[in-house]
Design a binder for this molecule. Structure first.
Ligand SMILES: *Cc1c(COP(=O)(O)O)cnc(C)c1O
Length: 234
């Protein structure tokens, strides 16, 4: 077994254990490989190890890796945008992207709606929430999410599927727990306020340092780089 396969086996065990602690099912949690700065060979190795969801921060990197994997015959990979998305890049991804996780403005949502319509499809998205209020992070403030969500669900060719967040970095995974709890509570609050449950089916939260805590708090997508591939050289 190669290294990525070994890592993936351990990650799956840890997710299963976190699910048991929380009374959840492992099938409710999607493992997404966060592949920024990883080579096309590493990404292909991850797919060969069983990864089927890939998230990229940078559109150009995503397109390069997709082209490589398409040519290698891996055409059923689900591609996600997990980094800040500029409006002028939407046209490159709205024809195929499985999930754009970083919607943080109505202007961006409108551009996604327009480009998805041109591609004759519906683009699933998440709203990125700056749940900690840290000012260096992308995402909108929790107080603004209800209004943006209500606007996004009115647009054609775009389908809201939930919320994404990235808490401040910490060595202690327990530091992330209150942020994950806040995101889960916000999602519940939006449904209580009338948003259909299908628009809040996903909570994308948890990275290498805190994904087990995130799963305990209801994550449906964990975004993993370092624990899957090893340390990044950046
Ligand atoms: C890099 C990145 C991740 C994964 O980070 P690791 O700590 O390496 O697991 C997850 N989500 C986003 C948005 C990222 O940029």
């Amino acid at each position: 077994m190669n290294q990525i396969s070994q890592h993936l086996t351990e990650i799956r065990q840890r997710i299963a254990a976190a699910c048991r602690r929380a009374g959840r099912q492992p099938e409710q949690v999607t493992i997404l490989a966060a592949t920024k700065t990883r080579s096309v060979r590493e990404v292909q190795a991850a797919v060969e190890a069983g990864i089927s969801h890939i998230g990229e921060n940078y559109v150009q990197e995503l397109l390069t890796k997709k082209e490589h994997l398409d040519q290698a015959g891996y055409t059923d990979v689900a591609w996600h945008v997990i980094g800040h998305l500029q409006r002028n890049k939407v046209k490159y991804v709205a024809s195929f992207c499985h999930l754009i996780q970083s919607v943080d403005s109505l202007r961006l949502a409108k551009e996604i709606s327009k480009r998805a319509r041109q591609a004759d499809r519906t683009q699933p998205v998440l709203i990125e929430v700056n749940i900690s209020g840290e000012d260096t992070k992308f995402g909108i403030r929790p107080e603004e999410v209800a209004e943006l969500a209500a606007q996004v669900v009115q647009l054609d060719n775009i389908q809201l599927q939930g919320l994404m967040t990235m808490p401040p970095y910490s060595d202690d995974p327990e530091d992330s727990r209150p942020h994950f709890q806040k995101l889960a509570a916000l999602s519940q609050q939006l449904m209580d306020g009338g948003l259909p449950p299908a628009t809040m089916r996903h909570l994308s939260m948890g990275m290498s340092g805190d994904y087990e805590v995130a799963v305990e708090e209801g994550a449906t997508i964990v975004r993993l780089g370092t624990v899957l591939f090893g340390p990044r050289e950046d």
